[in-house]
Design a protein around this ligand. Structure first.
Ligand code: SF4
Ligand code: FES
Length: 259
């Protein structure tokens, strides 16, 4: 498709810091190449703002390749914008038309407080991960043969699919309850489904769900908006599996409170 240039009106959430009241500001941007990515379009906006001696818009980004999960933007009322299974950095301006008005907002969730403009604090995800998203291994001695533990293909595939979660937070942003169950269930599942993660499986699911609850995320009520907006197609089957593991772990810990 031949590249062309479009003019857009941007309605961008501006907020000085965590304590100030934010508001939507309107900017006109001309000659945006339809080959540019959404983030490159924001770079163009920031160059324009700097030339006009205005403060550039703060937004998160890192890899710009769809793998780090930092480019969290709510675009026209959808997490990561209008294209399915696409992070904001992989969204291109060819998805928009000349004369469009585009609304750009940060993730909205009590557990993801706004730091500035479009940047939110997602360290709640880090703390969920730190509470159990690891496998304790003895690293002394020789390296184990990779084939020493046979793993059924379906288990390996399901664990791998869960492990593709990039921690972007779109699931939380898309959920009317701001639930983090899709993220947490993916992080529990990719370890608990493998023999290497089985030893700590019970404690892992208890710790990670309890940490998730303490961070202020909402409860899951099976709306499945999370799965629909997840750029990595993480399945809500992970939520069902982790709910079963969690209830079994709670019952086990009630029978044996020392665990
Ligand atoms: S489950 Fe999907 S939407 Fe949620 S953090 Fe992981 S990749 Fe992002
Ligand atoms: S910038 Fe890394 S996923 Fe978008």
């Amino acid at each position: 498709m031949a590249s062309k240039f479009i003019n857009v009106t941007l309605k961008v959430w501006r907020q000085k810091n965590a304590d100030s009241k934010g508001n939507i500001e309107t900017y006109q941007l001309s000659k945006v190449s339809t080959d540019s990515s959404f983030l490159e379009m924001l770079d163009q906006l920031n160059e324009q703002l700097i030339n006009e001696k205005q403060a550039p818009v703060a937004f998160d980004h890192d890899c710009r390749e769809g793998i780090c999960g930092s480019c969290s933007l709510y675009i026209d009322g959808r997490a990561h914008g209008p294209q399915p299974q696409t992070t904001t950095c992989k969204l291109h301006m060819r998805s928009f038309n000349d004369g469009d008005t585009i609304y750009i907002e940060p993730w909205r969730s009590k557990a993801f407080p706004i730091i500035k403009d479009l940047v939110v604090d997602r360290s709640a995800f880090d703390r969920v991960q730190q509470s159990g998203g690891f496998v304790s291994v003895n690293t002394s001695g020789n390296t184990m043969d990779a084939n020493a533990i046979p793993i059924p293909k379906t288990d390996a595939d399901n664990a791998f699919n869960a492990a593709t979660c990039i921690g972007c937070g779109a699931c939380v942003a898309a959920c009317p309850n701001a639930s983090a169950m899709l993220f947490t269930s993916a992080k529990v599942s990719h370890l608990n489904m493998m023999p290497q993660g089985e030893v700590e499986a019970t404690q892992r699911v208890l710790n990670m769900i309890n940490q998730m609850d303490s961070e202020g995320f909402g409860a899951c009520s099976n709306i499945t908006a999370c799965e629909a907006e997840c750029p990595k197609e993480i399945s809500v089957k992970n939520i069902a599996r982790v709910n079963r593991e969690y209830f079994a772990a709670v019952l086990a810990s009630e029978k044996n409170p020392s665990k």
